[in-house]
Structures are given as structure tokens and as C-alpha cells.
Design a binder for this molecule. Structure first.
Ligand code: NAD
Ligand code: MG
Length: 328
């Protein structure tokens, strides 16, 4: 494993050059503000009638339309949704200067060949391992969110140095930057969110809730048990791994974990994980998601609405409303 820290980075390669951030959502705002506070020359590229324009200006940033914003830029950062990056690149490519660096926070568009960049351009990845608000908050507190770095195309010979300088600008180098490839970052990121973090965790919660409610227990009690209390466990895992969790839970909970956990995530779940990974690796998932976007995302919206209409959401909203400490 190759890990870089601030000592390995020469921010001088970027200091006076222009970094253009396209998109001002979760990652875009955090990256733009951190880079500006690090003394970098930042321009934000946004659609003039978009909602983010006034927000970015109010944050004290220089804002231009994308085609103007990429002109003269040494680094162009694609922080729009993954599915609009190809179209954005196609409309901007004529305005992108010779030997510029295209930087991504997730490898999807490059790895699945939606974007096949001009030969004279660098193509690099700096993927923070956390949401944008954490990237901003950690930076403000003098820390950083760890990042992954990868180089897909090195046209200028210093693509890695440019990417590392960028990671230092957003604070990531303070926490460490691990070298990876676009393939590894894209495939592990998709697998994680599908099998474990988002897809796996939410199905586990809802199935646990349904099991208790169908057995006649009160929905409110079931909600506290399977959704609310999950945070306590995740915090322990996040801070100190399995060891810290076992230190803080009761022996009864630990014994139950050991004998029952493997019954839930048994051979069938493991086989499903392998099948999900295979669909990611062979491009099946990407093809389906691209087709869903092209078709207007109605099936995506229907499925998401079905999740949002589940009884656990109604019970949860009522109970959370009584816990005023949950409101920021
Ligand atoms: P987001 O949805 O929060 O924000 C997207 C931004 O792009 C918005 O400002 C939106 O107005 C703008 N936008 C949308 N369509 C546009 C268009 N056609 N032209 C110009 N601007 C447009 O996105 P995000 O979650 O910050 O994701 C950005 C990138 O970062 C993605 O590649 C994502 O995979 C990656 N990433 C996200 C996270 C995360 O926690 N959200 C973590 C790591 C990496
Ligand atoms: Mg789900």
C-alpha cells in the first residue's frame, strides 16, 4: 500500500494556477472553499440560472459559466452528478486548454468509458472518503478527510504531483492519501454503497423492523431497536472497530452477535454479494444505470418512493420529532 502525507506534497505545482470546480453540491462547495482557504486560485463553473450561483457568490467565490470557467484552468474538477459528466465534458472539450488536468472525485465516468479524454490531458482522481460537509468541517477544524488518489492518464509527467497538491488543498493530505486505480476506486465504491452501506444496511433495518412488527411488537419499539440504536453501534465501529464494539456492548449482546450474525449474513447473502460485485465488474450495473438515466429515471423515482412510503418512515418521523437534540 502506498500512502502519501503532507510531507510528500509540493503544493507549489498548483499555487498560482487556476483550479476550476464544476458543480457546487456536496463535494463542490467543500472543495472550492477549502482550496480557496488554502490560498489556491479557484473559479467555480455553474449554469447562470442555477440555484448554486448565488450561493457560491455569497460564499465569496469567483463564479463563471462553465465554458468561460474552464478557460485558462490548469485543473478542471468534475463535481457534478456522475451521470451528467460526459455531456458536460463533451460541451466543454473545445474550451479546455492544452495539457490541462481533469480531476474526478469518483471514477465512474472514466472507468466505464463515458469520458475518453483527449490525449494531451491528464486524468486523475482524488476521492475523499466522506461526504462534502465532513470534508469542509474537518478542514475548518485543522484536520482532513482521507482520500484516494489515482492517475488514469499522465500526459504531462506530473499528473500524480498535481493530484496530490489538490488533495493537500482540500485538507485530505493531512489525513493521508492512498494510491489506487480508477478501476479499484469505482468498483469498491459501488460495491460498498450497494451491498453494505446503503443497500445492505437499509434492507437489513427494514427487514428487522418488519419481522418485529409482523410478530406483534409495537412499531415504535421496533423502530428504536433496529434504526435508532444502529448509530450507537456504527459510532463504536467507526472509532475503534469490532474491538471497541465488543468492549461497550453487554456479554449477552456479544454472544447473540456471534451465534446469530452469521445466520443473517449466511451463504445466500454472501452469494448475493459476489453476484453484485460481478455485475459491477462486468459493467452490467453501469449499463443499467446509464439506461435508467437515459429513460428519464422514472423507475428510479418509483423505487425510491416505495422506500419512502414504508411504515418505518412514518413511525420514525414521529419519534424523531420528539427528540429535539436530533435537530442540528
Ligand atoms: P451533488 O448532487 O451534491 O451536486 C452536484 C452539483 O452539480 C450541483 O451543484 C448541481 O447544481 C450541479 N449540476 C448538475 N447538473 C449540472 C450540469 N448539467 N452542469 C453543471 N452543473 C450541474 O453531487 P455530489 O454528491 O457532490 O457528487 C459530485 C461528485 O463527487 C460525483 O462524482 C460523486 O460520485 C462524487 N463523490 C460524492 C460524495 C458524496 O458524499 N456526495 C463522496 C465522494 C465522491
Ligand atoms: Mg433499500
Amino acid at each position: 500500500m502506498q500512502m502519501y502525507s503532507e510531507a510528500d506534497v509540493d503544493t507549489g505545482v498548483l499555487n498560482t494556477r487556476q483550479v476550476t470546480i464544476l458543480g457546487y453540491g456536496s463535494q463542490g462547495r467543500a472543495h472550492a472553499l477549502n482550496l480557496k482557504d488554502s490560498g489556491f486560485n479557484v473559479v467555480v463553473g455553474l449554469r447562470r440560472n442555477g440555484a448554486s450561483w448565488t450561493k457560491a457568490e455569497a460564499d465569496g467565490l469567483t463564479v463563471k459559466e462553465p465554458a468561460e470557467a474552464v478557460q485558462g484552468a490548469t485543473v478542471i474538477v468534475f463535481l457534478t452528478p456522475d451521470m451528467v459528466q460526459k455531456q458536460l465534458y463533451d460541451t466543454l472539450v473545445a474550451d479546455i486548454g492544452q495539457n490541462a488536468t481533469l480531476l474526478f472525485a469518483h471514477g465512474f465516468a472514466v472507468h466505464f468509458k463515458l469520458i475518453e479524454a483527449r490525449d494531451d490531458l491528464n486524468v486523475v482522481l482524488i476521492a475523499p472518503k466522506g461526504p462534502g460537509d465532513l470534508v469542509r468541517r474537518q478542514y475548518e477544524e485543522g484536520h482532513g478527510v482521507p482520500c484516494l488518489v489515482a492517475v488514469h492518464q499522465d500526459a504531462t509527467g506530473d499528473a500524480l504531483q498535481l493530484a496530490l497538491a489538490y488533495s493537500a488543498g482540500i485538507g485530505g493530505a493531512r489525513a493521508g492519501v492512498i494510491e489506487t486505480t480508477f478501476a479499484e476506486e469505482t468498483e469498491t465504491d459501488l460495491f460498498g454503497e450497494q451491498a453494505v452501506l446503503c443497500g445492505g444496511a437499509t434492507e437489513l433495518i427494514v427487514a428487522g423492523f418488519e419481522t418485529l412488527v409482523e410478530a406483534g411488537y409495537q412499531p415504535e419499539v421496533a423502530y428504536y431497536e433496529v434504526m435508532h440504536e444502529l448509530k450507537l453501534i456504527v459510532d463504536l465501529l467507526h472509532e475503534g472497530g469490532l474491538k471497541k464494539m465488543f468492549e461497550f456492548i453487554s456479554d449477552t449482546a456479544a454472544y447473540g452477535d456471534l451465534v446469530s450474525g452469521p445466520r443473517v449474513v449466511g451463504p445466500q447473502a454472501r452469494a448475493a454479494m459476489k453476484a453484485i460485485l460481478a455485475d459491477i465488474q462486468d459493467g452490467t450495473f453501469a449499463r443499467n444505470w446509464i439506461a435508467e438515466n437515459a429513460a428519464g429515471m422514472s423507475e428510479f423515482r418509483r423505487m425510491r418512493q416505495q422506500d419512502l412510503d414504508h411504515p418505518i418512515e412514518k413511525v420514525g418521523a414521529e419519534l424523531r420529532g420528539r427528540m429535539d437534540w436530533l435537530r442540528d
